[in-house]
Design a protein around this ligand. Structure first.
Ligand code: GLP
Length: 241
């Protein structure tokens, strides 16, 4: 694991955007794994700005989002479809046919998960996976206790996660109980992984991810087993602080 402690959240975002930008410039047909949540917001802003000012193009690229809530309509402001549309897809030239986000309204969710996993394989796998980190160690929506062997699947969100994400909803009752998420086995097969974490609230999880035992009770610890992982954190999320 390569751990980079940045001076601020802004610098975490700048560094992450630089990695994405160089990737798509070197390999225009890159397959990206994308994350939502509060942390990557500024990275998406910077990528949109870079596209606008410097013309970095995503026309040949493909993207797969990590997860989506079950039961939220695409136009629901808290769906990850809506998030991606407002913060990234509407601002760059990634083709609609090449943007994949799990369908949390699929009539057969199991089938949707299998199909999603197959689509990732058909595109040749993920070249660069962007990740955030849950305070309880989740990545995507892989909650503590999830088998490392799982591919894309339907998961039940823990109370901790529903509480942490309630800030985006009117109240916690509105946060869905289920989600579709790429599995840990899907994530770990990405060729390169970049995880972003910022703020004091994440410091404990960052420490455990980097220095703790590799265990299914702390999903992000699986990243220790991958040969090309970069962890971008700000000072507050750093346990040395
Ligand atoms: C959410 C998402 C994760 C995200 C994590 C951290 O539950 N499903 O993909 O990485 O929470 O989010 P934030 O960056 O808002 O702290």
């Amino acid at each position: 694991m390569k751990v980079i402690v940045c001076s601020s959240y802004e610098m975490v975002s700048v560094k992450a955007a630089q990695i994405v930008r160089s990737h798509v410039r070197e390999k225009p047909d890159s397959v990206f794994g994308l994350a939502t949540g509060g942390t990557p917001l500024r990275m998406y802003d910077l990528l949109a700005e870079d596209h606008r000012l410097n013309g970095t193009s995503y026309q040949k690229a493909v993207s797969f989002n990590l997860d989506e809530y079950v039961g939220l309509n695409r136009s629901h402001p808290n769906s990850y479809h809506y998030y991606m549309q407002s913060h990234f897809f509407s601002k760059v030239d990634l083709l609609p046919a090449n943007r994949f986000v799990p369908d949390g309204l699929a009539s057969d969710l199991q089938e949707e998960c299998e199909q999603y996993e197959k689509q990732i394989k058909d595109e040749g796998g993920i070249d660069l996976q962007i990740l955030g980190l849950g305070e309880n160690g989740h990545i995507g929506f892989n909650e503590p206790g999830t088998s490392f062997k799982k591919g894309t699947h339907v998961t039940t969100l823990t109370n901790d996660t529903r509480k942490a994400n309630a800030r985006f909803f009117k109240n916690q009752r509105e946060v869905p109980h289920y989600a579709i998420t790429m599995g840990l086995n899907t994530i770990i097969q990405a060729k390169k992984i970049v995880l972003l974490a910022a703020g004091r609230k994440k410091a404990k999880a960052v420490k455990r991810m980097i220095t703790g035992p590799v265990t299914e009770s702390f999903p992000a610890s699986i990243l220790q087993t991958h040969s090309d992982v970069t962890i971008l954190i700000d000072k507050e999320a750093s346990f040395e602080n």
